[in-house]
Design a binder for this molecule. Structure first.
Ligand code: C2E
Ligand code: MG
Ligand code: MG
Length: 688
């Protein structure tokens, strides 16, 4: 009995039952809880009605193993029942431990779960609840509807849903999941596509969190949401696309092209392909744009884009894409086993396509293109090198007279380097006094034997190592760097001083013309400098017409009020304005009248063709006639033969300049050759 007193003192309920589960004995704690029942009494009768069936099942199973364990409700309490068959006896000894507190906590947790699920559902998101180790997943109704399913439509396992994830998105999803499982991210976040019931792909943003881990830290349970981001993704795709498309032509833009080239470069070796990067630049597009207006220019660009695109190879031996880099610059990327051959072939097609007439805005417009090509891997395997080399080849194509294609060669690279060196050395030329002027006489064709009253000042650069460098070489460099502004200013002052000296020496009315680059008109500093020219003449006590300014047609086509204004102010100060190289550009004579041009200078190329007669002769005659009608004078440039001179005289051309009379020479030589003794009014000797 001592033993049963001991059992009575235990905090657990202790009981003894027979094989049928009838209570034979119980300690005081259990007796109290059950209100001291008469024994024997079946244990099952004391259980909550909902737990009785499970108990009977469990008890029957226990008969084989000799062990029993179950959680059930007894009166107001949840208990953990554990029992064992006594050795050498049909009876069982069991205990009850009160687990009500734990059970309550769990119930609260479940309730909380339901509450947050509800909350998340209300946010419009679908909710998932994944028991990672068990491999089961609960999906909320909204989650299912998000993907077009009804509850019960789909096997609710993670595998079934993973199988509906877009294959391209699976690797990243797994990586994000692993990162979160391993604790590297506080919140799991992944965007992927899910196959909806109707067969379309839906973009979802999946966010979640592991909310339970086992003792080893492995995830047990993870919950999260799915948000439908299909619309946002569609917007993004649109923005992405727009950021890579040229708005005017719809072609890929510079950025898209770079991406394509990067990709093509990366795949080149694998595909055993070579690449050609072709810079396609329209010739004289600016003139078209300026003379016919920007709308026509735009329409032309759209048509050019279509024609270029039509030249792209369609077979699988080669592939090509056209992009617009901006302005009138296009780039073609070709991929082919022999890129040089492909570029030659396609390049010729491109040139032909562009040079055929365009009909835009009711006008027939002709343009041409110049193309520079670099090849990978031959000329480089990096985008910058390929661009640089294609650009150098393009420069060469333009320089060789446009409407042609050039492939990059190492010699081109050297030429570009030489140019770069020369451009650097050009900076030193002015302070180092390496510039000088030569003067070429401009003679009256009516009295070619009379001493000249005009001369053109031409710039010469004596390079310390290279000797004489042609202006055709260094003027473009000076323009590109802006140095032309300072150089041009020096030329002007030098020429002004010279004309003053000659006038003072008795050659009154003498005029020197200087060439003024368009860059000088645009450059901001030259805006400030220009009134200086006028002021400078005044300081020297020279009238404006002592100097003439030679400009090129390109400048006039610039529909720029500021340029027109600057030209006007020169004219108002009395300077003459000559239009140089007339006939090589795009302007008509009547157009020149708006700009108050005094003199046109017929380009050398027309004069050179005079002897052959025909077209050049007719052209020169037309220029002279029309210029006179419009009150302008005409200078013929580049007269090299007597026949040319006579032809020009015959058509009434006013002035002549060229080697037939004399080349440009230093001021001293000019004085000696042309002006000494001329004060009296005659030139001696032949006009050579
Ligand atoms: P440009 O203004 O048309 O000058 C006439 C060019 O033709 C000069 O070449 C002259 O030497 C050359 N020339 C004259 N008569 C004949 C001839 O009978 N036959 C041939 N074949 N050529 C002849 P240059 O001096 O080499 O100058 C080339 C160009 O450089 C000039 O063409 C002008 O555009 C530019 N330039 C020269 N000096 C200056 C300058 O001070 N400032 C600016 N901005 N440009 C200049
Ligand atoms: Mg000139
Ligand atoms: Mg000229």
């Amino acid at each position: 009995m001592q033993f049963s007193t001991l059992l009575d003192a235990l905090p657990q309920q202790v009981w003894k039952a027979d094989a049928q589960g009838r209570l034979l004995w119980m300690n005081a704690r259990l007796a109290e809880a059950l209100n001291r029942p008469a024994l024997p009494s079946p244990l099952v009768n004391w259980l909550h009605a909902d737990d009785r069936e499970a108990f009977s099942h469990c008890w029957a199973l226990a008969q084989a193993s000799g062990r029993f364990e179950m959680e059930y409700r007894l009166g107001q309490h949840w208990v953990l029942a554990q029992a064992q068959r006594l050795p050498d006896s049909p009876h069982w000894l069991g205990t009850h431990i009160d687990i009500s507190a734990r059970r309550m906590a769990e119930a609260r947790l479940q309730q909380a779960d339901d509450v947050w699920k509800l909350a998340l559902e209300c946010s419009g998101d679908g909710v998932w609840d994944w028991h990672v180790q068990r491999g089961t997943e609960h999906f909320s109704e909204r989650y299912l509807r998000l993907h077009g399913f009804q509850p019960g439509d789909l096997d609710a396992t993670p595998a079934a849903f993973d199988a509906r994830t877009h294959p391209d998105d699976v690797p990243q999803m797994n990586r994000d999941r692993e990162d979160h499982f391993a604790g590297r991210t506080a919140i799991y976040r992944n965007e992927h596509r899910v196959l909806a019931k109707d067969g379309t792909w839906k973009w979802v943003l999946s966010r979640g969190m592991v909310i339970e881990r086992d003792a080893q830290g492995q995830p047990v349970r993870m919950v999260g949401t799915h948000t439908d981001i299909t619309d946002r993704k569609r917007q993004e795709a649109l923005v992405w696309q727009q950021a890579r498309l040229d708005a005017l032509t719809g072609l890929p833009n510079r950025r898209a092209l770079r991406e394509r080239i990067e990709r093509a470069l990366a795949q080149r070796a694998v595909r055993q392909e070579e690449l050609a990067v072709m810079f396609v630049d329209l010739d004289h597009f600016k003139e078209v744009n300026d003379s016919l207006g920007h709308d026509v220019g735009d329409a032309l660009l759209v048509q050019v884009a279509l024609r270029l695109q039509a030249c792209m190879p369609a077979g699988d031996a080669a592939s090509g894409v056209v992009a617009r880099m901006g302005g009138d610059e296009f780039t073609v990327l070709l991929a082919a086993p022999d890129a040089a051959a492909a570029a030659e072939r396609i390049g010729q097609q491109l040139l032909d396509a562009v040079s055929a007439a365009f009909a835009v805005g009711g006008e027939r417009v002709y343009v041409s293109a110049s193309i520079g090509v670099s090849l990978a891997p031959r000329d480089g395997v990096e985008i910058e090198a390929l661009f640089k080399h294609a650009d150098q080849a393009l420069y060469e194509a333009k320089g060789a007279g446009r409407n042609r294609m050039r492939l990059f060669t190492p010699a081109l690279h050297e030429a570009a380097q030489r140019r770069a060196r020369l451009a650097a050395e050009l900076r030193e030329a002015l302070p180092a006094r390496q510039f000088s002027l030569v003067y070429q006489p401009i003679l009256s064709l009516r009295e070619p034997a009379s001493p000249p009253r005009k001369a053109e000042a031409l710039l010469r650069w004596t390079h310390p190592k290279l000797g004489e460098v042609s202006p055709a070489q260094f003027i473009p460099l000076a323009e590109a760097s802006g140095l032309i502004v300072d150089i041009g200013d020096w030329v002007f002052r030098e020429a002004a001083a010279q004309v003053k000296a000659w006038r003072a020496a008795g050659h009154e009315g003498f005029q020197v013309s200087v060439n003024k680059s368009p860059v000088q008109f645009f450059n901001e500093r030259s805006q400030r400098l220009q009134p200086d020219w006028v002021a400078h003449l005044r300081e020297l006590g020279l009238p404006g017409h002592a100097l003439a300014v030679e400009i090129t047609e390109g400048l006039l086509l610039e529909r720029d009020e500021a340029v027109a204004e600057r030209l006007r102010s020169l004219r108002e100060a009395g300077l003459s304005i000559s239009l140089d190289d007339f006939g090589t550009g795009y302007s008509s004579l009547s157009y020149l009248q708006h700009h108050d041009i005094d003199t046109v200078k017929i380009d050398r190329s027309f004069v050179a063709g005079l002897e052959a007669g025909g077209k050049a002769l007719a052209l020169c005659r037309a220029i002279v006639t029309m210029a006179h009608e419009l009150g302008m004078q005409v200078v013929a440039e580049g007269i090299e033969t007597e026949a040319q001179m006579r032809a020009l005289q015959a058509m009434g051309c006013d002035w002549g300049q060229g080697w037939w009379f004399g080349k440009g020479v230093s001021a001293e030589a000019f004085e000696e050759r042309w002006l000494s003794g001329a004060v009296q009014g005659t030139v001696t000797g032949t006009a050579r």
